[in-house]
Design a protein around this ligand. Structure first.
Ligand code: SF4
Length: 503
């Protein structure tokens, strides 16, 4: 790849493709090592923010008999160059063509990754269908939340890992090393709990597309694939030497997973189901990981990750201890996923004593009735109490997420969102004399202003296509669902003017 530097000068962000980041591992390419490529079918900034990739990268590179590198989907400008020059997509560490690896492990975090994953394989000259791959091709393994229903991708993936990948990954490497041909490797993979090899199963479908029967083709294979779970999260591997990129990525900070799974069962929530059961890391482990990761990365922000951090049984003590450890160093602590609970009322004062960026809560629906429908049982009085505490503690930005278009939703449910927003705005005015700003994101559905702009059609009333976040003025905000899709304030004006209340 002699002319790579020259070609990279023609793209928007060359740092997406060069590797060499702080804490990158580049091992010698020797015949006895199993060569694994972790592929995240999204652009670098998104893929580098995915914790699962960091965990697997750390585990695999700790093994002497294995080397692990990374690849992400190229942005369209670089894809064009690769295709025009008939070049293969390559790994970030050794810059080798992705086809040279033994195993390609693709993360499928959500369904929109499916087509990107196929494009990524195509850019590496790897046959798309599992049945078309031969002995010289890598074995393509997929894992991640979008593999819980693997059937849509079953023609393209050689083996799926269902559940926590770190629990399975070393077993896959051991099998790979001990068997010679592809067929035997896949057959042995299929015997590992949590691994599904579609070519060894026969699925029959009903007329409506649902599965009629699902049977293994060989006797010694399991009829059901059991999800793998890390039982003891506290002692499981955690990557403290996290990669520090040269360019800004989506989550450019220390990501510290304090808990996996969620004790709630909100009906709309995929993560609440797929990551079960709830498991915690202890306060001692969390603080140790934070100190080690800080010393190895130098990041100035620590995000405590989980689906619902306020549910950790020691969240307040953890935040207190991290604050006392890091305050002097100028490192802030943030807790992005909070539920509205009693125990949270003191939390805003504790979190991010250094830098106050934003707190996020997700009531999801304005009315109690609709929240019951989706099993999101929260007490609005407690929410108001937490918000009051947040404003008092100096938080300028508090985000509340609502979903619109839920089953059985009525206009009154939307009105309740407006009423709550009035309350929040008044609360803010009481405390700091300023009103709340209300913004919403437009979904890119056909006919929406965003969709029109994207497809070069005249958007109703929107003059600028750069932003999907539009400030809203006036109490007619959510009166009619239709108004959400045909909102007529010019985007530029809405973005630049400051908001003077929602009343
Ligand atoms: S609390 Fe959050 S993570 Fe847990 S089930 Fe509900 S929406 Fe999902």
């Amino acid at each position: 790849m002699d002319n790579l530097s020259e070609l990279l000068l023609q793209v928007q962000k060359p740092a997406r493709y060069i590797g060499g980041e702080w804490n990158m591992v580049k091992k010698e390419w020797t015949p006895l090592k199993v060569k694994v490529l972790l592929a995240f079918p999204e652009v670098y900034e998104v893929g580098m923010s995915y914790l699962g990739l960091k965990i697997l990268y750390g585990i695999l590179n700790k093994r002497d008999d294995c080397l692990c590198e990374r690849v992400f989907s190229p942005w369209t400008d670089f894809e064009e160059i690769l295709r025009k020059n008939k070049m293969s997509l390559f790994s970030l560490e050794s810059h080798r063509a992705i086809k040279e690896f033994d195993i390609i492990g693709i993360s499928l975090a959500y369904e929109l990754n499916y087509t990107n994953a196929l494009n990524l394989l195509d850019l590496g000259g790897i046959p798309l269908k599992s049945s078309e791959r031969g002995e010289d091709d890598p074995i393509v393994i997929a894992g991640g939340p979008a593999c819980y229903n693997p059937e849509p991708m079953s023609e393209f993936i050689d083996a799926f890992v269902i559940g926590d990948g770190e629990e399975v990954v070393c077993e896959l490497i051991d099998v790979y090393k001990n068997f010679v041909n592809r067929k035997d490797k896949l057959r042995e993979f299929a015997k590992i709990p949590g691994v599904y090899v579609p070519s060894l199963y026969e699925a029959a479908y009903n007329d409506d597309g649902t599965i009629k029967s699902f049977l293994p083709k060989e006797k010694d294979l399991p009829r059901k694939i059991q999800k793998r779970v890390v039982e003891d999260l506290d002692s499981s591997f955690y990557p403290t030497d996290q990669l520090v990129p040269y360019i800004q990525i989506v989550h450019d900070r220390i990501m510290l997973e304090i808990m996996r799974g969620c004790k709630h069962a909100c009906k709309f929530c995929q993560a609440g189901t797929t990551y079960r059961p709830r498991r915690e890391r202890s306060k001692e482990t969390i603080v140790r990981i934070a100190k080690e990761t800080y010393s190895k990365t130098g990041y100035e922000e620590i995000t405590l990750l989980s689906l619902s951090s306020g549910d950790h049984s020691h969240i307040r003590e953890i935040v207190e201890e991290l604050n006392s450890e890091f305050k002097e160093k100028g490192v802030s602590v943030s807790v992005p996923s909070l539920r509205i609970e009693d125990s949270l009322s003191r939390l805003p004062a504790l979190i991010s004593q250094v830098k106050k960026s934003g707190l996020t809560f997700a009531p999801e629906a304005g009315s109690e009735c609709l929240r019951k429908v989706i099993s999101k049982n929260i007490d609005m009085e407690k929410l108001v109490e937490v918000l009051r505490e947040s404003y008092r503690s100096g938080w300028r930005r508090v985000k509340l997420y609502f979903m619109i278009g839920l089953p059985s939703e009525k206009d009154e449910d939307l009105e309740d969102i407006v009423k709550l927003l009035y309350k929040v705005s008044n609360l803010k005015r009481e405390i700091d004399g300023k009103d709340a700003q209300v913004t919403y994101s437009l979904p890119v559905t056909e006919g929406s202003p965003e969709w029109c702009m994207k497809h070069g059609e005249e958007a109703p009333g929107l003059t600028d296509g750069e932003s999907i976040s539009i400030s809203i003025y006036g109490s007619n905000l959510l009166k009619r669902r239709a108004s959400i899709r045909t909102f007529t304030r010019p985007a530029e004006e809405a973005r630049t003017r400051s908001c003077h209340g929602i009343s």
